[in-house]
Design a protein around this ligand. Structure first.
Ligand code: ZN
Length: 74
């Protein structure tokens, strides 16, 4: 089991969601980056890095309810 995290960012419906890489919800959201659209996925080795990136996007972000429930307290 790896410990990496994925940040999904959606600029059409502005928000970002932090997942564990193993989360099945990531695929549910599409799982691909479409040309010309900034929606995408970035992976990080630590939750701290994932949060820092999510903050840097300027989007509202949250932890996934499925894989990171209770992981974010701020
Ligand atoms: Zn998830």
């Amino acid at each position: 089991m790896n410990t990496n995290y994925t940040v999904y960012e959606n600029h059409n419906n502005p928000h970002a969601t932090i997942h564990k890489n193993t989360c099945k919800q990531i695929l549910k959201n599409g799982g691909t980056v479409h040309s010309g659209v900034r929606d995408g996925y970035n992976t990080f080795s630590t939750l701290d890095d994932a949060i820092k990136y999510a903050e840097s996007t300027g989007l509202k972000y949250k932890a996934c309810h499925f894989c990171l429930r209770n992981a974010l307290t701020r």
